[in-house]
Design a protein around this ligand. Structure first.
Ligand code: NAD
Length: 334
């Protein structure tokens, strides 16, 4: 079982090498998967990719020609893979549906606390012997209304944590799970969620229905000073619309662990480079915006689960032609 890893980093090669099965041979490339780098897959049974590898139909055709049988995602989201094209060409796609929903949910809560109480600013001030607390005032989270879009694995854990702060939760999901409803957790329509929430956190997948879910029109419906948190996928948010919302002060706080054009920026050390993305550069100028580099998943427990599940997915598919974690259009695009 020869597997070629794209977008590999040290933690990827270290852990996958440590945990690989006897019959497996791994090659690690730092390059992202693209039309140009797809040709390197010749002679491999599977490729293993991450969130910012774009697997278009053209790429899948090259993989097919090269004899690749499986695309193994070492992440949960699969919006970056043309699933229908893979099916048409008979290439399997597997993913890691849940590795640690806690990691992402806890990170989203951390973003709320950081934006609200400004830990990052306080840390820098104190290190420069500036002990003034001017400008660091936050608000009590207790009794605030928290809107949660997407109540799957991560959304549910996020709701549980936020309930501990004595908040009222307004949830929205295309497929509501009524078992989570309680006097403090209610499903509502999106317009109600937008107009009543003090904090809105996104936990739904990116697809054609959710692309730019947060846009000029949804922002117009929100409360002045709303906090928006996105740890899901960048393109759930229309970045230019949130920049306008920040400038008009309609949006009071923005926490982003994902960004719609993140693939040219995130996961790389660009500290000696000039950022070419002017929209991203503008976002960085706001004092009430917190951006992290797609790290919500990055805990010890989550990484171990990613590696173990990915290896099992590859083994299952290459040896038995199936996997419980196969992504099919029948399962996801009904
Ligand atoms: P999940 O599949 O368990 O839950 C997603 C929920 O979204 C489901 O309940 C589904 O019904 C709902 N949904 C689907 N379409 C919707 C729509 N149009 N409107 C509203 N809700 C809709 O997924 P999860 O494990 O909770 O993960 C959620 C998302 O988090 C993933 O899609 C992924 O993009 C993101 N994620 C980010 C990181 C990170 O490191 N930042 C890590 C893992 C996952």
């Amino acid at each position: 079982m020869k597997v070629l890893f794209y977008s590999s980093k040290k933690w990827v090669s270290d852990l996958f090498t440590e945990l690989k099965k006897e019959l497996m041979q791994f090659t690690f490339l730092e390059h992202r998967l693209s039309i140009e780098t797809a040709s390197l897959s010749k002679g491999y049974d599977a490729i293993c990719i991450f969130v910012n590898d774009h697997v278009t139909k053209d790429v899948i055709e090259i993989l097919k020609e090269n004899g690749v049988k499986l695309i193994a995602l070492r992440c949960a989201g699969f919006n970056n893979v043309d699933i229908k094209a893979a099916e048409e060409l008979g290439i399997g796609v597997v993913r890691v549906p849940a590795y640690s929903p806690y990691a992402v949910a806890e990170f989203a809560v951390g973003m709320i606390l950081t934006l609200n109480r400004k830990y990052h600013r306080a840390f820098n001030r104190v290190r420069e012997n500036n002990f003034s607390i001017d400008g660091l005032m936050g608000f009590d989270i207790k009794n605030k209304v928290v809107g949660v879009i997407g109540t799957g694995k991560i959304g549910k854990i996020f709701i549980n944590i936020m309930r501990g702060f004595d908040t009222h939760i307004l949830a929205y999901d295309k497929h509501p799970d009524r078992s989570i409803e309680s006097p403090t957790v209610e499903y509502v329509d999106l317009d109600v969620l937008y107009s009543k929430s003090d904090i809105i956190s996104l936990h739904c997948p990116l697809n054609y229905e959710t692309y730019h879910l947060i846009n000029k029109y949804s922002i117009e419906q929100m409360k002045k000073g709303v906090m928006i948190i996105n740890t899901s996928r960048g393109a759930l948010i229309d970045t230019n619309a949130v920049i306008d919302g920040l400038k008009s002060e309609k949006i009071g706080f923005l926490g982003l662990d994902v960004y719609e054009e993140e693939e040219d920026i995130f996961f790389e050390d660009l500290s000696m480079k000039i950022i070419q993305d002017d929209v991203f550069a503008r976002l960085l100028t706001f004092p009430n915006v917190l951006i992290t580099s797609h790290q919500a998943f990055f805990t010890k427990e989550a990484i171990e689960n990613i590696v173990i599940t990915t290896i099992k997915n590859i083994e299952d598919y290459l040896l038995k032609g199936d996997s419980p974690n196969l992504v099919t259009s029948e399962k996801y695009f009904k």
